[in-house]
Design a protein around this ligand. Structure first.
Ligand code: FAD
Length: 395
């Protein structure tokens, strides 16, 4: 298993439960990539009128987080629900369409939404309420997934970067590690998140695992009184812009290739320790950016983007306007080139499975993506929707 994010750890756990001997390697430690740097939002819209892969990944992952919590892991799982706030009639129409597609999503007017989430300000004209949605602490969730995997016998090598990848002497693959050691594996799951493409190229320079590294960043307030936010909160401005054609290169990004802002994206929640965390910007990393190829290169926070996101948050939830910022951080999200998840074998390479491409909602969708990749490797039946995530989906 290359990568100890939520995807790799969940896949390793699933394989080990089935009796497979698994070694997980990660360049920078358990959850060191995007999996510990995210907001911890978990959407759960229900199974949909016609379940799509997204529904399978979201609802399945929530069940996995619930299992961790039921087994005693304190991952701060909170079934707090989610409000998606519309500030214009166009955004409200989008909310109505989302509610019409999912039994678990309800359309509410502004006053009804403020009853659910009193922090919402008068600018909010309505939106959706998803009572089944949740949140959890990303660092604790990664640790719990690693512990569950280790209890089933998984060996985690927490700081070992894969620097070479070649066919093994007796089939399978040989992974060379930075410290000079190597691992011979019968099969490899590439769960390297935003760095899946450069890792695949270690095996074959021509191998195209179509992932795109995308910069994201967040800020946190000082601890605020419990209940300052009751639910997770997202804004619908960006979804409306993306639906209207502002998706850049087919991806839901906030900035174009020239670095010009095209929309504002907003999501956040209050943590159990009182901090309110919010984020939103999504900017494609240039191939020459060190963070695009090296998981150890921490991306630099862009203060102008934090200021825009703070102002957006204050417009939606005015109580946040006066709350001091305590810290900021950035990470790299693993988008697939066409924006859809990547789960399945790499065509033409025996024993190599990819699990990733989960973009800005991989904490939400990652555990189930890992389980499904494991099930494919085990030759088990998977839901038919998983075919839409195959790497050869374009035929
Ligand atoms: C700021 C921010 C906010 C986000 N907010 C949310 C949210 O609220 N909800 C949500 O659902 N999602 C959110 N996401 C997205 C989510 O975090 C990711 O989609 C998800 O964590 C991806 O998991 P992963 O396991 O695929 O990748 P990662 O967690 O990035 O794991 C990949 C691992 O591969 C390792 N690796 C890479 N190259 C090598 C190598 N050569 N050798 C060994 N190891 C290697 C890396 O070190 C890394 O640990 C956010 C992301 C960011 C950055």
């Amino acid at each position: 298993m290359i990568g100890a994010g939520v995807v790799g750890l969940a896949a390793a756990w699933r394989l080990a439960e089935a009796g497979v001997a698994v070694v997980v390697v990660d360049a920078i430690g358990v959850g060191g990539g995007a999996s510990s740097r995210n907001a911890g939002l978990i959407d759960a819209p229900g199974w949909g009128r016609r379940p799509a892969l997204d529904d399978v990944l979201k609802m399945g992952s929530l069940a996995i987080y619930e299992r961790l919590a039921d087994d005693g892991a304190d991952i701060e799982l909170d079934r707090c629900g989610r409000v998606a706030a519309a500030c214009t009639d166009d955004e409200l129409a989008l909310a109505a369409a989302e509610a019409a597609a999912h039994d678990g999503v309800h359309l509410l007017d502004g006053d009804a939404l403020r009853e659910v989430e009193p922090a919402l300000g008068p600018a909010v004209v309505g939106g959706t309420w998803t009572p089944g949605a949740a949140c959890a602490d990303p660092v604790a969730a990664c640790a719990a997934l690693a512990a569950a995997a280790q209890r089933c016998g998984v060996r985690v090598i927490a700081t070992a970067r894969v620097t070479s990848f070649e066919p093994g002497p007796q089939g399978g693959a040989r992974l060379g590690l930075q410290d000079g050691d190597h691992i011979d594996a019968g099969a490899v799951v590439l769960a390297a998140g935003a760095w899946a493409a450069p890792v695949a190229r270690l095996l074959d320079e021509a191998l195209d695992v179509p992932t795109v590294p995308v910069f994201g960043q967040m800020w946190a307030t000082i601890p605020l009184p419990a209940g300052t936010l009751r639910t997770t909160v997202v804004g619908l401005e960006s979804s409306h812009a993306w639906q209207g054609g502002a998706a850049l290169d087919g991806l839901p990004l906030t900035h174009d290739a020239a670095g010009v802002r095209r929309t504002r994206h907003l999501y956040g929640r209050q943590r159990r320790n009182g901090e309110v965390v919010f984020g939103g910007d999504r900017i494609r990393l240039a191939p020459a950016d060190h963070a695009a190829t090296d998981p150890g290169a921490v991306p630099v926070v862009r203060d102008d983007g934090i200021a825009v996101n703070r102002a957006h948050a204050a417009a939606v939830a005015p109580v946040l306007g006066s709350a001091p910022t305590a810290r900021t951080w950035a990470g790299v999200m693993p988008f697939a080139r066409d924006g859809l998840p990547l789960i399945g074998p790499v065509p033409g390479v025996r024993g190599l499975m990819v699990a990733g491409g989960l973009g800005s909602s991989g904490f939400n969708r990652g555990p189930m993506a890992g389980w499904l990749a494991a099930d494919l490797l085990l030759g088990r039946d998977v839901p038919p929707e998983v075919a839409t995530a195959r790497l050869d989906r374009r035929g």
